[in-house]
Design a protein. Structure first.
Length: 173
């Protein structure tokens, strides 16, 4: 199974992905550290490092699925082409696919999380990594026929344990 996380930065998707992955024994591949590694290699931040990180995650997920395993991809997946990338991978590998979208409906809480994340990244990340504002500006609502994509939306203002149980129930369907 290919499990794809989606949601704005600081919405809480990485935390949910890690807990679900640990509970299910499924590896989690996150685009953020891949992009950091690309930038650490000296690739200029003006280059499409985000796209490169998605392609590396795709290649890794493809290898895991090809070996018969399941994987969780942790990425913003803000635009339709990013989401379609995972649909195409699942189709190529004849894998079940599930999208877990994570939102934070409390705008003030989300803003605080974004500011805290930005402060952490300022200390640890390389310049140009993880442009939160860019993701906020680029976010596309989900489109397509209702029910065409297996997707659940979790609100991170709910308790982590509640969201993890909802995600696990969704994955068991």
């Amino acid at each position: 199974m290919l499990i794809v996380m989606a949601g704005l930065p600081a919405a809480g998707k990485s935390t949910i992905a890690e807990v679900v992955g640990n509970r299910c024994g499924i590896p989690v591949i996150s685009v953020d550290p891949i992009e950091t590694a690309i930038l650490s290699a000296g690739i200029d931040a003006d280059q499409p490092t985000g796209l490169a990180a998605y392609l590396v995650a795709d290649a890794f997920a493809d290898a895991v699925l090809g070996g018969g395993g399941s994987i969780i991809v942790d990425a913003v997946n803000a635009v339709s082409p990013a989401r379609e990338q995972w649909l195409k991978l699942a189709e190529r590998r004849s894998a079940d696919i599930r999208f877990i979208e994570v939102v934070c409906s409390d705008q003030q809480l989300h803003r605080e999380r974004i500011e805290a994340r930005a402060a952490r990244l300022a200390e640890t990340a390389l310049p140009g990594a993880f442009a939160v504002e860019q993701s906020l500006d680029e976010w596309e609502d989900w489109s397509g026929p209702s029910g065409a994509i297996a997707r659940i939306t979790l609100d991170s203002i709910d308790a982590l344990g509640v969201n993890v149980e909802r995600a696990l129930a969704f994955l068991d369907r």
